[in-house]
Design a binder for this molecule. Structure first.
Ligand code: CTP
Length: 466
């Protein structure tokens, strides 16, 4: 309505409005809205009584708004599906397209799916008049850049603002989620690595890229844009309360943290696990609507809200607690279980008695992941393990998947250089063997929350969720 009113005004009035908006540091639309509101407040009572109620319907007021920026890559076609998926979830979508994006999908198709026209030009007077790039940057709860091309990422990392998309990204104070998509060599290029690291350090959130076949024939590697549902899951987690709960009605049991194996009442065998990855998965699963039991070794993290947390010490306690949490649809075994325990833990503190260090006879702990994977009854439909490796990460993880009999394994590098143990970030390879030969997907280094959200989205897809 606002835009119609403005277009019908004389040039002189438009000019005065423009000057007034600039003087007040507002966009044109904001200025006009304020003027109209002030005018309506002063209007005679009779007119106000007959006017329709101005308060928006509750659903309208509560609507979540996303600004989707479509970059110019072949993956732009997936953004059409992304718009549809977001709108299905009652998320309002406004779209900005770069010039290159319009070579892959048309503003017409985008506008039809979004329910309003796509914005394309920084210097288009009509767009600036209607909304303005500052409002585009701010009037939303989240900005998604999908596909985030190498060029768009470079612009973002370096603070360019020479087109509508980059100007909006520079002007925003909203969270930004990027879904990179490009040729694998471009993704591996040192400049892209630098730009990506810069963006992550600047607080930009990421989803993908995935590994696999590229649209260009004969090309494979990391660079495929995350699937629309993965982007939606990441967006929903950022938007807070999800209306759609893709794991609603599903039970999931998750192990996390180290175990402590007593040597005597004061000493124990342990490892450096912080529990952060398992806790992040528990939070993401709960946000997706699952009924979550988290069986946790000794860590310093608080119980995640909405999650049943069972605190244990030893591997044997952990196995008991996991079995007690069955039946479950999904098992995720992220704990760094101590492989061995002392066969006979001392009942009293071991003393130095002058005969040298004590000899500790070790015995093997139960393998919780393998035990649950091989259950004849009550085996969860999807059993997911982790593989903590310091070398030949994928090779060892594939062997572990077979040996333990689980369906998926997330392999991570826990060497000192890998930094996953105790750190906040994690670079994992997802190895899936649900259908035939194991397939490997290498996910880029991202926060443990990012890994968790992505895993939960994958689980939801696997179990036929939305
Ligand atoms: N795991 C488990 N119980 C154990 C040992 C491991 O449930 N007693 C699970 C872990 O939670 C993880 C997976 O098995 O999901 C692999 O753990 P990892 O420490 O990488 O492998 P190990 O079985 O200990 O093998 P290795 O030490 O030879 O690498």
């Amino acid at each position: 309505m606002g835009s119609l009113t403005v277009r019908n005004l004389s040039e002189e009035v438009k000019k005065r409005l423009r000057l007034r908006a600039a003087a007040n540091g507002r966009s044109m639309e904001e200025e006009i809205r304020l003027l109209l509101a002030a005018g309506a407040a002063e209007a005679p009572l009779a007119a106000r009584a007959s006017a329709p109620p101005s308060k928006p319907a509750p659903s309208e007021a509560a609507a979540r708004q996303v600004l989707l920026i479509i970059g110019g890559g072949i993956a732009a076609y997936k953004s059409l599906d992304l718009i549809r998926r977001l709108r299905e979830r009652a998320v309002a979508v406004r779209v900005v397209m770069t010039r290159a994006a319009q070579e892959f999908v048309t503003p017409m198709a985008v506008g039809a799916l979004a329910g309003e026209r796509a914005f394309t030009d920084l210097f288009d007077p009509a767009s600036e008049f209607d909304v303005g790039h500052i409002r585009l940057a701010r009037d939303n709860d989240l900005i998604i850049v999908a596909p985030a091309t190498a060029d768009l990422m470079a612009k973002m990392a370096n603070g360019h603002a020479d087109d509508l998309a980059s100007a909006v990204l520079l002007a925003t104070d909203r969270p930004v989620l990027i879904a990179p998509a490009m040729n694998p060599r471009m993704w591996l290029n040192a400049a892209t690595r630098r730009n990506f690291a810069r963006l992550v350090a600047d607080g930009v959130l990421t989803v993908g890229p995935n590994a696999g076949e590229m649209a260009e024939s004969g090309e494979a590697g990391t660079g495929r844009m995350a699937e629309p549902l993965e982007i939606v899951a990441a967006a929903e987690a950022l938007l807070g309360a999800t209306e759609e709960k893709p794991l609603a009605g599903k039970r999931i049991v998750i192990t996390a943290g180290p175990t402590h194996e007593a040597i005597d009442p004061v000493r124990y065998i342990a490892n450096r696990s912080s529990g952060k990855q398992g806790y992040a998965i528990a939070r993401a699963a709960a946000a997706a609507g699952a009924e979550v039991t988290l069986v946790s070794g000794p860590v310093t993290l608080p119980d995640p809200p909405g999650v049943k947390t069972v605190r244990i010490e030893s591997a044997r306690d952990m196995l008991r607690a996991v079995k007690a949490a069955l039946p479950a649809d999904i098992g995720v075994f992220a704990a760094a279980v101590a492989d061995w325990r002392v066969a006979q833990a001392g009942e009293q503190k071991l003393k130095k008695d002058g005969s040298g260090p004590p000899r500790l006879a070790l015995t093997e702990n139960p393998d919780i992941l393998a035990t649950i994977s091989k259950l004849k009854q009550q085996r969860p439909r999807l059993v997911i393990g982790f593989a903590a490796e310091t070398e030949k990460v994928v090779e060892h993880a594939k062997a572990k998947l077979k040996r333990k009999g689980c369906d998926w394994i997330l392999a991570n590098d826990v060497s000192a250089e890998g930094g996953a143990m105790g750190g906040d970030d994690n670079a994992v390879h997802l190895i899936t063997a649900t259908k035939g030969e194991p397939k490997v997907e290498s996910w880029p280094s991202q926060s443990k929350d990012g890994v968790a959200r992505r895993l939960v989205a994958r689980i939801a897809t696997e179990l036929g969720g939305s």
